[in-house]
Design a protein around this ligand. Structure first.
Ligand code: PLP
Length: 460
């Protein structure tokens, strides 16, 4: 039996439609209202602390309540609370942050374009690719290849590139220029006796076959997250990205790296493309760019794209794209302070230093009978729950994962169930002791979930 909804929960139910929520179920269970945050913890209305093991939505890399970020926002609000970058206007925080992004990003990025969200960044990516190919006199080269289980956001083109069924169902998506190639998940997707190297080559061959079937003159770009986040923290095997990059180069297909989760230290390098070792022509970034204290996203493009796009804007008299809040001065000031703090903390070394402790826990837990696979890199990881450790997964996907997340919440740790993969992506300020604390309730939660799954008949 559910408790009756509290007054706050009732008001919420009457006032809000929640993203990524089952509105019917929420009417029964009520929302969980979070009131404040400090360090790696958030607190509910009763004052109970929770470890935010997902950094919110993979974004609060510096945790909560950082006074320097608050002060950076306050000072910028006082000086210039808003200005824009349209029609020849600019401001110092936007320029300085773009210079910083250029200095940190791989692939010799030449220009930065701002938006407010990851979805808008990926929307910009596609519009730039189309604009670029039109400028080059290649009007047919427009298709974008993304991947099944990839996540690129929810606006129309970004949601089309996202390779998850619930982003398409009843939204009349994907749009027709967007295609999806295979997910590079070896544990789930390998053929019998196939080695990781053979699997990686087969994934690249799938991409090549799709490019040939669609017609290389019609395929403009390939987009990928270095580590698939919302798809379940899926890491490709060694050799995957180099093989993919070769295929893209062969057919003159641009490579877009969606670093909205992986950017800014999460994988132990500044960008995931460095950890996973692939070249990219452009990069999407958001989330940890401001530690999530303010909405800001950026697209960085290389010199070739920048020159073509700039020349084309000259031809048309304007680059007809831009968001009112793209490059908001307060967001940029907070972004600059965030990057300054990352540098001071030597964030990439810090993440690499913490990773062995983090992965030792995942490895230890992989022995549990309910865990099919443990995986991760840097400070992002997942435990995929499976019946009898089988990669085929549960007959009713998502139920066991949801139960596990609920068990962890009871123990004061907020994790995210992506179907039956339980994600861990804590603020990068976490300490070794706090990593132990975060993982402490996992075994008991797995046991309870296992017993429940057996009783409910989910184990087959
Ligand atoms: C890899 C990736 N790209 C894009 C997005 C979309 O970002 P937003 O929710 O800010 O639109 C997300 C969000 O989780 C993401 O993980």
């Amino acid at each position: 039996m559910n408790q009756p909804l509290s007054n706050s929960q009732m008001r919420d139910a009457e006032a809000l439609l929640h993203p990524y929520s089952n509105a019917v179920a929420l009417r029964q269970t009520g929302v969980q209202i979070i009131e404040r945050g400090e360090g790696i913890h958030v607190f509910d209305q009763s004052g109970r602390p929770y470890i935010e093991a997902m950094s919110g939505l993979w974004c609060a890399g510096l945790g909560f309540g950082n006074p320097e970020l608050v002060e950076a926002a306050r000072a910028q609000m006082e000086k210039l609370p808003f200005y824009h970058l349209f029609s020849g206007k600019s401001h110092e925080p936007a320029v300085e942050l773009a210079e910083k992004i250029k200095a940190l990003a791989p692939g010799r990025m030449a220009r930065v374009f701002y938006q407010s969200s990851g979805s808008e960044a990926n929307e910009t990516q596609v519009k730039m690719v189309w604009y670029y190919n039109n400028a080059l006199g290649r009007p047919d080269k427009k298709k974008i290849i993304a991947r099944v289980k990839g996540y690129h956001g929810v606006t129309i083109v970004a949601a089309s590139m996202t390779g998850l069924p619930y982003n398409h169902k009843d939204f009349d998506l994907p749009v027709d220029r967007i295609k999806h190639t295979s997910t590079p998940h070896y544990w789930k997707g390998a053929l019998e006796d196939e080695t990781e190297a053979e699997f990686a080559q087969r994934m690249a061959a799938d991409l090549e076959a799709m490019i040939i079937a669609e017609g290389p003159d019609t395929v403009a770009a390939f987009i990928a997250e270095p580590v698939m986040g919302a798809g379940g923290v899926i890491l490709p095997p060694d050799g995957y990205f180099p093989a993919i990059a070769e295929v893209c180069a062969r057919y003159d297909v641009l490579m877009i790296s969606d670093e909205v989760i992986c950017g800014f230290g999460r994988t132990g390098e500044w960008f995931g493309a460095q950890t996973l070792d692939y070249p990219c022509t452009s990069i999407s970034m958001a989330k940890q760019l401001t530690g999530a204290y303010l909405p800001l996203s950026a697209v960085a493009i290389n010199l070739d794209m920048a020159e073509v796009i700039e020349a084309n804007s000259g031809k048309h008299g304007t680059f007809g794209h831009g968001f009112t809040y793209g490059g908001h001065p307060v967001g940029c000031a907070v972004g600059l302070k965030t990057l300054e703090i990352y540098e001071r903390l030597d964030i990439t070394a810090r993440v690499r230093g913490l990773a062995p402790r983090f992965h030792a826990h995942l490895e230890r837990l992989s022995a549990h009978p309910l865990v099919g696979e443990a995986r991760g890199v840097g400070l992002i990881g997942a435990l995929e729950l499976a019946p009898g450790k089988s990669p085929k997964g549960f007959d009713a996907p998502g139920k066991v994962g949801a139960k596990m997340a609920a068990e962890m919440l009871q123990h004061g740790v907020i994790v995210r169930a992506m179907t039956d993969s339980i994600g861990f992506c804590p603020p990068m300020i976490i300490t070794e002791d706090q990593i132990d604390e975060m993982f402490a309730p996992v075994e008991a939660s797995l046991d309870a979930t296992h017993a429940w799954a057996a009783a409910e008949g989910h184990l087959g």
